[in-house]
Design a protein around this ligand. Structure first.
Ligand SMILES: Cc1ncc(COP(=O)(O)O)c(C=O)c1O
Length: 342
């Protein structure tokens, strides 16, 4: 079996469009989207909104932008957002929660990126002039730093109930929500219902080169469109990119189960290797594992790289590997045989 020059497990963001996806992009009908005249973007937004049972959606350049816009439109400066301490919106969006929205942050230490309704209730500030007003809760499903862990729908519903009874909005960072949907028993509409806003990335497991959609009510999306412009995110003939998103939603969701079974195979083998101390349970396409102190993270990454295999350092002695559309069974087998000879 021949392999590409590099077998890249660093992230599911590294994928390039397949030939049929490129053809769909090439054939897209486009227009100026700031004038709301791009038919392909409109079609993507309608499709995404209806999949999650919501009224409207907005195509943006990145998951960071959809998260940040959702936070901006549902809070006022000086208020407080609640999230798990390992949330992407906190550790990997450049401090945007403070920079863009002027928010105070309340971090909860959860279980592999997941929190519970009790955590939310305990972390709502009292109505007292000393405390910032708690106004928004943000959940991440699947959780990146949690090793692709998924929420169950009952937990999400109970968090939504807690939010509703305390007048809080609930946002979903669903960068990998379709991985959660494929790994769990809920549908997109079911998982969409408890949330006020949902960010979905097209450019991760779904294999599009660029793009995320923010999904919410018509009123919220009208405001989001204004904020997107302020953030410099108004795109013109971006229907070429939206066409990749439509293709991804039509063709690349059910195949995620293959990414998950490949990730499980890698996780199972890793647990048997002497230099691996712990592998987080593999629920979706992300494998997070801790190597012993006998080898440094850099040496481990370099040793793999010498075999043209890329993995990502993810903290002290922690390595992340992610399966995606460009990883096949032969590549997994080859990688495992390399690891077994370390
Ligand atoms: C959980 C999560 N949310 C949001 C994002 C942001 O997406 P983007 O890289 O498109 O800004 C990422 C990116 O890796 C992510 O893992």
């Amino acid at each position: 079996m021949k392999y590409p020059d590099i077998i890249d497990f660093r992230s599911d963001t590294v994928t390039k469009p397949t030939k049929p996806m490129l053809e769909a992009m090439f054939n897209a009908k486009v227009g100026d989207d700031v004038f709301e005249e791009d038919p392909t973007i409109k079609a993507l937004e309608e499709k995404a909104a209806s999949m999650f049972g919501k009224e409207a959606a907005l195509f943006c350049s990145s998951g960071t932008m959809t998260n940040q816009i959702a936070i901006k439109i549902q809070t006022q400066p000086g208020q407080e957002i609640v999230f798990e301490k390992d949330s992407h919106v906190y550790y990997a969006e450049g401090g945007g929660v403070a920079f863009n929205s002027g928010l105070s942050m309340r971090m909860i230490s959860g279980d592999r990126g997941r929190i519970k309704a009790e955590d939310v209730i305990e972390n709502i500030n009292p109505d007292n002039v000393h405390a910032p007003i708690t106004s928004l809760v943000s959940l991440e499903n699947t959780s990146n730093k949690g090793g692709g862990s998924c929420y169950d729908i009952e937990t999400i519903r109970s968090i939504a109930d807690a939010c509703q009874s305390h007048g809080l909005k609930l946002h979903l960072d669903g960068a990998r929500i379709f991985n959660a949907i494929i790994a769990s028993s809920y549908s997109a509409t079911e998982i969409g219902k408890p949330f006020d806003s949902i960010s979905v990335c097209l450019s991760k497991g779904l294999g599009a080169p660029v793009g995320s959609v923010l999904i919410s009510t018509k009123e919220n999306i009208k405001e989001a469109r204004r904020v997107r412009k302020v953030f410099g995110g108004g795109m013109r003939q971006a229907g070429f990119l939206a066409a990749a998103g439509i293709y991804a939603l039509d063709h690349n969701i059910s195949r995620l189960k293959d990414d998950h079974s490949r990730a499980r195979a890698i996780g199972n083998t890793l647990t048997k290797l002497s230099f691996v101390e712990e592998v987080l349970p593999v629920e979706t396409n992300i494998i997070l594992f801790r190597i012993t102190n006998k080898i440094s993270t850099d040496d481990f990454i370099n040793k793999l790289a010498a075999h043209n295999i890329k993995a990502a350092p993810f903290g002290k002695q922690i390595i992340r590997m992610v399966t995606h559309i460009e990883i096949n069974d032969d590549m997994v087998e080859h990688t495992l045989s390399v690891l077994q000879k370390f």
